[in-house]
Design a protein around this ligand. Structure first.
Ligand code: GDP
Length: 492
């Protein structure tokens, strides 16, 4: 989103109204708070003899890291030092086709030696082992099914997935979200392995699934194409070994998944939350290098020294190699999903980078805050019936789930008359601050796997603030969609 003239005015210390005038003379009519294009900013700069360079947040961060002699994500190591790393997989597909069940069954079947009751921890991702041609191979699965989390991270420039497993129920066939998921995988340029699920069912027609997907460019290998289709049952476990094999073979054929394990570690936070006893906890996927206890790290605008590393089986580790999902303890704050994670020389450097990022984020939040005035105006318009907008505040149990929810909400299509806007979001219980913002802006609070504090609940009752709680993204989406559609007729 572009900056506004008042943002620019503040930066260069002039009156916003005069910028409006200058632009007017240049033949462009804009208001002070309206966001303008980068081109307009540059034209304006030239006129005022300012050299305005429009930098994206990504560029800004790159420059920040460069000033510490660091870079993120480019250097995986010299050719001679590269070692194979496991592929990272996201499971996608239409609702009810068995994504969650598939992830559950894979996780359970892989508990050390299949030992019953083995402890597995939901840390946002897990790794399974399979043997191919006598060689042990690992595969990392992201534990949030669906393309929402994956797309939200990609939107932030974080690459978290190497391969997509597209789940299609053999009794239902290709459905709208199947194609949507496929398109997301294509947009990200990642190869797809098709899991034709529910083959235990009477009505299963795996051949039809192959035919349908062929029309969308996924030609099964057995028909001369290059996509692996594997018939599976997430219920009985049938075919899952072959699915794992297909993932590894696809990775070997299409991707060069190697990294130097002996460099300072870099990776991405895929999930993070605040734990009562343990403080900020972030699940990190390492891209390169090996993360070790005692190292100084910076994760988004959080920093700290690695105090503990915990894997998906709840075991404490001393180090985490590339592609291994690991919970990191010891951060000073909760990073966002998609934030990059880097090992740096020492605590001081970690803190300096984190502080710089933090103040940038606050500045950006303030810019949004000053725009909130326009929300009031919009609300007046809404009351006058000129526009209809539902304002939301999202709170969830993890940065990943909040992002996934927001991303899914942004895709609700309700036509021209009404719209939906998320005015605040965050991780943790619903607080009085959230309720007072909701009361002031007449927003609805959505709690995803979180509840209000006692005081927040009392305040919400007093102020008549609408709070709704969900534990499944789809039911949240369904209900909000229904509410928005209800707004077309004034029931709300
Ligand atoms: P998701 O929405 O894609 O995550 O789907 P779920 O994993 O929640 O599965 C939807 C329903 O299908 C659940 O009732 C599952 O138990 C069921 N299911 C999933 N996989 C299979 C399968 O292979 N065979 C059968 N018979 N049912 C399945």
């Amino acid at each position: 989103r572009g900056a506004s003239l008042s943002d620019l005015a503040e930066k260069i210390g002039v009156d916003a109204a005069s910028l409006v005038q200058v632009l007017f003379h240049l033949g462009e009519m804009v208001t002070a708070t309206q966001s303008v294009s980068d081109d307009t900013l540059e034209v304006l700069g030239a006129e005022l003899e300012y050299n305005i360079e429009v930098v994206s947040p990504e560029d800004e961060d790159r420059e920040l890291l460069e000033s510490f002699d660091l870079e993120f994500g480019e250097d995986l190591g010299d050719e001679d030092d590269l070692a194979a790393r496991p592929p990272v997989v996201t499971v996608m597909g239409h609702v009810d086709h068995g994504k969650t069940r598939l992830l559950d069954t894979l996780r359970k079947s892989n508990v050390a030696g299949g030992e019953a009751g083995g402890i597995t921890q939901a840390i946002g991702a897990y790794q399974v082992q399979t043997t191919i041609d006598g060689v042990d191979r690992g595969i990392t699965f992201i534990d949030t099914p669906g393309h929402e989390a994956f797309t939200a991270m990609r939107a932030r420039g974080a690459k978290s997935t190497d391969i997509a497993v597209l789940v299609v129920a053999a009794d239902d066939g290709v459905m709208p979200q199947t194609i949507e998921a496929l398109n997301h995988a294509k947009a990200a340029g990642i190869p797809v392995v098709v899991a034709v699920n529910k083959i235990d069912k009477e009505a299963a027609d795996p051949v039809r699934v192959r035919g349908e997907l062929s029309e969308f460019g996924l030609i099964p290998e057995e028909y001369g194409g290059d996509t692996q289709f594997v018939d599976v049952s997430a219920l009985t476990g049938e075919g899952l070994d072959r699915l794992l094999e297909a993932v590894v073979l696809t990775a070997d054929a299409a991707l060069d998944l190697r990294a130097n394990p002996d460099m300072p570690a870099q990776g991405v936070a895929i999930e993070a939350h605040l734990d009562k006893g343990r403080g900020p906890v972030a699940t990190v996927l390492i891209h390169r290098g090996t993360l070790r206890i005692g190292e100084s790290i910076v994760a988004g605008s959080a920093y700290g020294r690695v105090r503990a590393l915990i894997n998906d089986k709840g075991e404490n580790l001393t180090e985490a190699p590339p592609s291994m999902p690991v919970q990191v303890l010891g951060l000073t704050a909760v990073p966002g999903a998609g934030d990059n994670v880097l090992v740096v020389d020492d605590d001081r450097m970690a803190r300096q980078i984190a502080d710089k990022r933090g103040s940038r984020m606050r500045a950006a939040a303030q810019a949004v805050g000053s725009r909130r005035k326009t929300l009031d105006q919009l609300f007046e318009q809404l009351e006058r019936g000129e526009t209809q907008e539902l304002l939301l505040i999202l709170k969830g149990d993890g940065a990943g789930s909040v992002e996934a929810l927001e991303d899914a909400l942004s895709k609700i299509d309700v036509g021209e008359e009404v719209s939906l806007r998320v005015i605040d979001r965050g991780v943790g219980a619903i607080t009085e601050t959230n309720v007072s913002l909701a009361a002031a802006s007449k927003a609805v609070i959505i709690g995803f796997n979180v509840r209000p504090t006692v005081h927040a609940q009392q305040m919400a009752d007093r102020e008549n603030v609408d709070m709704r709680f969900y534990s499944v993204i789809y039911s949240a989406i369904d209900e909000i969609e229904a509410a928005l559609k209800g707004m077309l007729k004034p029931i709300y």
